[in-house]
Each structure stands twice: as structure tokens, then as C-alpha cells.
Design a protein around this ligand. Structure first.
Ligand code: SAM
Ligand code: DTB
Ligand code: SF4
Length: 334
């Protein structure tokens, strides 16, 4: 048994905010070196897990998340659409699998899942699962019974992000609380599904807010199985997209630091380099992989915004000597 007092690779749930802030203050090369060392204790650092997203219900969302193209509170020019049919979703999933994805994540612009939509969503999940893909969904808040129903349909992962630290939360969204998010995560865990939970960096938050987000994630009853670190994709017409356009984007090195601290505080989680890769340099992405990121979204689209095309990522992987992680490895790590 590894001794947590001796070994920084042992998962801990008693991180203090001060400890997490102190990690951010480490000299950059020391921090990345330490994160890379911890990464190697639990994972093959040449393997990266590949997930693909599909927006199964786009736009018209009742929440006012200040970064989101899909909120009905802001004029972003996005065209809303109805919930897709299960067959169309499964056909997209088959294309994603043929393209090399191991996990297929279905996203809906909902505040919460309505029971009337459950049969269609369950049909999508079981259809995608039958293709041999890992399944993930992000559908807003869930009741405990809905979480059980999704699990019964074959859902492996549920994505529900805390987005930022509790102190900055009210600057990001006011139509729901941090506690609402924590309760859905509890329902997901209680139903026996794996959790995918992370946040967004570059929304005008401070380093302390970034530390506070990672502190919140690292002190959850269980560390997230997947921990997405999104770089804000600035959307014109949203409060946070417009703020960043005025005040400037986050420094790439600070983004890498956030990935490194995520790897250190949640050593066994799959840390996903999520939104924002479309405009991120290859060199910054390489530093993120060095700092412990070991999962990405693939395919030319996220939910409503572009993502690097598969051939571009294949070139990046070839140049960096990275390879896709086998699905079974990803599951064993989780
Ligand atoms: N409506 C559901 C919810 O919010 O939980 C699911 C879909 S929502 C789009 C999923 C996550 O995508 C959000 O929690 C947020 O972290 C991330 N996201 C949304 N818009 C983004 C943007 N412009 N840049 C970066 N991440 C974004
Ligand atoms: C997550 O943390 N990032 C993904 C996924 N979970 C659902 C979503 C990113 C969305 C980026 C903006 C868009 O395409 O609309
Ligand atoms: Fe709705 Fe999710 Fe966008 Fe928030 S992030 S506005 S809940 S789709």
C-alpha cells in the first residue's frame, strides 16, 4: 500500500485550498515535471483517450450560463433544434466509431432532463452502447430515479461540470446553484455511473478561482473519473465571451498550469484537454499532454463550435508519438 504522506501519486481527498494554490505558484517547469511524474505512476503517458461529442438537442436552453452559445438568455445567432431521433444519433455514433472514437457523448441544451424525453434518450444510449462504444451523456440536472434509468439504458458516464470555483460561480450563472450541481453528481454516483466533471478556464476568473475549482473537484466524495479542462471558446453575444474579447484571453502557460494541477490533485482521473483546442497551438497541446492531459474530444465539431479535424489530430499524435488509448484501459483506470 502506498503511503499518501510519502507518495504524491496517491489520491487524496483532504486537499486544502491553500495547498492547491501553492501548486499553482510552483515554478512552471517544476510543476510540469511533478505532474508528468504522477501521470506516469498511473498511466502510460503515450496513450490518449478519444471521445466524440454530438449535440442531440441544440439551443433554446433556459439556463443563463454566461459562456454558452445555447442559452436562450443571449443573442448568439444560434439556430435551435429539437431532440434528434435515436436512429440519427446512432448513425452519427457509428461514424464516430469508424473515425476512431472510443466514447460517444450526447449533449442536450437542457436545464434538466424531463421524464417525457427519457424513452428517446434511453433508446439513443442503448443504440450507441450496442455499437460497442462507451456511452456518455450531458443533459442537465437529473433526479436520482432518472440517473438510475439512464444507467439501466447502458449509460457509462455522465458529464456535469462545476465550471468554476464556488466564489466565481455567480458571475457565470445565476439560474442554478453550486449545490444543484453537487446533487446531480451525487445521483450519478449513487446510480453506479462514472462521473465526468470539470470546468472552464479563461472566463475572466482569477488564479484563486481556478485553484478553488480544482479544490472542489479534488474534495468530492469521489474524484471525477473524467476531469475535463475546457478553455473558454469565446462566443460573441455571451457575457463571458464578450468580456474576454475586451480583456484578452488567458495565457497559454496558465492553462497548462491548470492541467498540471488537475493531474496532481486528481492523479487517477482522465484529465481531458477539452474545448478550445481549435485555436490552441500544437506546442501548447504538447505541453498539456506532458502535464498529464490524457483525453481529448475528436472529430471536427464539439457541440456548437469547431474542433480540430481527425486528420489534423492524427498528424499531431504521429508527431508527438501518442496513440489512442484502448477503451478497456480507460475503463480500468476509472
Ligand atoms: N446543458 C448541460 C449542462 O450544462 O450541464 C449539458 C451541455 S453543456 C454545453 C456542457 C458543458 O460544456 C458546460 O458545463 C461547460 O462546461 C461546457 N461549455 C459550454 N460552452 C462552452 C464554451 N463556450 N467554452 C468552453 N466550454 C463550454
Ligand atoms: C465538457 O466539459 N466540454 C464539452 C462536453 N463536456 C460536453 C462541451 C464543450 C462545448 C464547447 C462549446 C460548444 O461547442 O458549444
Ligand atoms: Fe444550458 Fe448547458 Fe449551455 Fe448552461 S451550459 S446554457 S445548461 S446548454
Amino acid at each position: 500500500m502506498l503511503d499518501p504522506a510519502q507518495d504524491s501519486a496517491v489520491p487524496r481527498h483532504d486537499w486544502t485550498l491553500q495547498e492547491v494554490e501553492a501548486l499553482f505558484e510552483r515554478p512552471f517547469t517544476e510543476l510540469v515535471f511533478e505532474a508528468a511524474a504522477v501521470h506516469r505512476r498511473w498511466f502510460d503517458p503515450t496513450e490518449v483517450q478519444l471521445s466524440q461529442l454530438l449535440s442531440v438537442k441544440t439551443g433554446g436552453c433556459a439556463e443563463n450560463c454566461g459562456y454558452c452559445s445555447q442559452s436562450s438568455h443571449f443573442d448568439t445567432g444560434l439556430k435551435a433544434s429539437k431532440l434528434m431521433d435515436a436512429e440519427a444519433v446512432v448513425a452519427e455514433a457509428a461514424r464516430a466509431k469508424a473515425g476512431g472514437a472510443q466514447r460517444f457523448c450526447m449533449g442536450a441544451a437542457w436545464r434538466d432532463l424531463k421524464d417525457r424525453d427519457l424513452p428517446k434518450v434511453a433508446a439513443m444510449i442503448s443504440g450507441v452502447k450496442a455499437l460497442g462504444l462507451e456511452t456518455c451523456a450531458t443533459l442537465g440536472m437529473l433526479t436520482p430515479d432518472q440517473a438510475k434509468a439512464l444507467k439501466a439504458a447502458g449509460l457509462d458516464y455522465y458529464n456535469h461540470n462545476l465550471d468554476t470555483g464556488p466564489e466565481y460561480y455567480a458571475e457565470v450563472v445565476t439560474t442554478r446553484t453550486y449545490q444543484d450541481r453537487l446533487e446531480t453528481l451525487e445521483s450519478v454516483r449513487a446510480a453506479g455511473m462514472s462521473t465526468c466533471c470539470g470546468g472552464i478556464v479563461g472566463m475572466g476568473e482569477t488564479r484563486r478561482d481556478r485553484a478553488s475549482l480544482l479544490h472542489a473537484l479534488a474534495t468530492l466524495p469521489a474524484h471525477p473519473d473524467s476531469l475535463p479542462v475546457n478553455a473558454l471558446v469565446p462566443i460573441t453575444g455571451t457575457p463571458l465571451g464578450d468580456k474576454v474579447a475586451r480583456e484578452g484571453e488567458i495565457d497559454a502557460l496558465e492553462f497548462v498550469r491548470t492541467v498540471a494541477v488537475a493531474r496532481l490533485v486528481c492523479p487517477r482521473s482522465m484529465v481531458r484537454l477539452s474545448a478550445g483546442r481549435e485555436t490552441m497551438s500544437r506546442e501548447t497541446q504538447a505541453l498539456c499532454f506532458l502535464a498529464g492531459a490524457n483525453s481529448i474530444f475528436v472529430g471536427g465539431r464539439l457541440l456548437t463550435t469547431p474542433n480540430p479535424e481527425m486528420d489534423e489530430d492524427q498528424r499531431l499524435f504521429a508527431d508527438l508519438g501518442l496513440k489512442p488509448m484502448a477503451a478497456a484501459t480507460a475503463e480500468a483506470a476509472a
